[in-house]
Each structure stands twice: as C-alpha cells, then as structure tokens.
Design a protein around this ligand. Structure first.
Ligand code: HEM
Length: 158
C-alpha cells in the first residue's frame, strides 16, 4: 500500500550505493585491506603527507608504536564493519556519530575527514592499480562520503 510520503522519497538519492557499487567496494577492499596493519599504515602515511598537523592529535604518532597500530586497527575494523554492512549503512549511523563526537572531543575537525577521504582514494589507487577504475573510485568516494557524513553529524563544533 503506498504510504503518504514526500514526492522525492522514491527517487534514488545521490547518496545511495548501487548494487554494482557495493560489489566493487567489497571486492576491492578484500584486495587492498590486507595485511590490515600495513594497509592502515599506508593510509596514515598518506594522511600525514597531506596534513602533517594530523600527527599532533596522537600521543605517539610513530607508525610502529603499539599505540599507533592500535588506532590503525580501530580505523580498519570500523571500515571493515561498514563494508560488511553496505546494504544497511544507516544502521551504523548512530555508532559513527558517536565516533565523530569522540574525535571532535579530541579537537579533530570535520576537515580531517576530507583528508582521510583523499588519502584513502589515493592509497586504493596505488594498491589496486588498473583495478581502480573510474566506477570503482566513484563507488569508494560515495561509500566514504556516507560514513563521513554520519561521523560529521556527531562532530558538533564547540
Ligand atoms: C574514518 C577515519 C577514522 C576512523 C574510522 C577512526 C576510528 C577511531 C576509533 C574506533 C577510535 C577509538 C574510539 C573510542 O575510544 O571508542 C579512535 C580514536 C582516536 N582517533 Fe580515530 N579514526 C579515524 C580518523 C582519525 C584521524 C584522521 C585522526 C587524527 C587526525 C584520529 C585520531 C584519533 C585519536 C587521537 C584517537 C584516540 C586515541 C587512540 O585511539 O589512538 N582518528 N579512532
């Protein structure tokens, strides 16, 4: 039975992943995210290259330190959970919002999420080479935008 909904509600939102997008992201994540710690180190090397300031948020920004590797593992496992739940990313929104709030409490700004996005796309391009097609890049960009939007919603500026 049709519900009384706004006229735009059945239009595909530009923030919606297609089935093809989901397949591309899942398949390429399997390739690019292993071994997990090394893949995360490459991502953070890129983040620090783009934004050396990002280092200042960590008590120990040494890539090889246990503390830093622990954050890498947290980032990778958050991404992994998201990629396993691409069919239902909205369910993760409250968790991602809380994560945004935790980061904002440490002084991390929404702009850092744009740096993470740039670094992620660049790391994926480097790792996946020819497999990182235009379609694949767009699918990843959209996936990250959805995650970042949820995190940003929790980053209330003080
Ligand atoms: C999408 C990207 C990111 C994800 C998924 C992520 C994930 C996480 C998670 C799950 C935690 C633990 C939160 C808790 O205490 O429950 C955390 C903590 C933290 N994050 Fe992130 N993070 C991201 C990006 C960043 C960036 C770009 C920075 C720095 C500029 C950063 C700095 C920190 C710091 C300093 C902590 C607390 C100490 C630590 O756990 O090492 N994070 N992050």
């Amino acid at each position: 039975m049709p519900e009384a909904v706004s006229e735009t509600s059945h239009v595909r939102s530009p923030k919606e992943l297609t089935e093809e997008d989901k397949i591309l992201v899942r398949e390429t994540w399997k390739e690019a995210a292993k071994p997990e710690v090394q893949a995360g180190q490459k991502l953070f090397q890129k983040i620090f290259q783009i934004s050396p300031d990002a280092m200042s948020y960590f008590s120990n920004p040494d890539m090889e330190s246990d503390e830093f590797k622990a954050h890498i593992t947290r980032v990778m496992s958050t991404l992994d959970t998201a990629i396993q739940n691409l069919d239902d990313l909205a369910e993760l929104a409250p968790t991602l919002e809380r994560l945004g709030t935790i980061h904002a409490t440490m002084g991390i700004k929404k702009e850092q999420l744009a740096v993470v996005k740039e670094a992620l796309l660049s790391t994926l391009a480097q790792e996946l080479k020819d497999a990182f097609t235009e379609k694949c890049r767009n699918a990843w960009a959209l996936t990250f935008d959805i995650l970042a939007e949820a995190m940003a919603a929790g980053m209330v500026s003080s």
